[in-house]
Design a protein around this ligand. Sequence first.
Ligand code: F6P
Length: 359
Amino acid sequence: MKRIGIMTTGGDCSGLNTVIQRIYRGATLRGWQLIGIQDGTDGLCTTPPTTIKFTEDTLPIENARLAGSFLHNGRATALNFETAVEYNQLEQFNKKLKESIKALKLAALVLVGGNGSLSLAWCNKDIYDKVQLVCIPKTIDMDIPLTERTIGFDTAVQQLTSFCDQLMMTARSHHRWFVVQTMGRDCGQLALNAGIAIGARAILIPEIKFDVNSLINHIKFLPEDHGIILVSEGISLRGHSGRPADMISRKLTAAGIVNRTAFPEHTQRAGDTVASDRILATRMADCALNAIANNETYVMTTINNCECKTVSLGDFFAAGEISADPNIPDVKTSDAYVSPDDPLLEIATNMGIYIGETK
Ligand code: F6P
């Protein structure tokens, strides 16, 4: 019986369990056995590798909607690619991962990961030379090139939207603004999309240069005295350090704008998986299983113009370094990031949202 493995690596997000359940279901129907590798590469690094076998009972379909990963995503204390490099142990680390894959007798490995995990898989590709490596992109940051969507993003937008919806009651009652700091690393997709959803009055993202005085004037001359200002965690303000929301909040306070900060933090990665993420997870799981059946390797599933297909991991990696960020000059971006001609930017402006100095 063909044995295939699955592991989830990097930060968790909602939708991972849907992928696991769909891969399990599809693999079983094809007569393949699915081996779940626990804790990502940490699980592969232990002797013997820590694995679980799924059954319909241990992987109930009604649990597939839950956030987090039944396989866990890795331990903070374990040896990983970064620490292995730091301690000069990369060769040993890679060797161990390779041996574990061999010991598990895997024909294929499904790696569900984000930008970092997928890049590391490509940069250390020798580990996977005896197994078919098929990757599925997941991340709330939506910063993965060559795919229009990533698993977990829609749920994160929903979580952030719900969080801000709740704050609006207090904002109105106290005539105050909330500066909400979103996740997203150096990519503004999460803030931009959630900001449009909630009708934020300002959205600051790393890809678009902003001017604090323009922001202050924009807020001051609005007819209302309360609302949400969304600030992506990746923005920077020359001469300032600390959390971006705090920096913006201080500037607003100094200008006489009553405000508070709010940090939804990891709740953005939580929440029951929304339907669109479950559909995406199912499509990508099916695409990954087809790729395995077609003997593909070193590929990643993508979705573009509603079509789900694989691209090579090499192409993914090459697409990851295109232009520089205007606020943080050394940041590498790609087609996944918010581009200056993203239609949402103009729509935001047309809807009275300050989005930065777009013109
Ligand atoms: O990449 C996903 C992400 O949630 C980012 O948006 C955020 O900056 C980071 O991970 C937080 O990582 P951690 O869970 O290690 O604090």
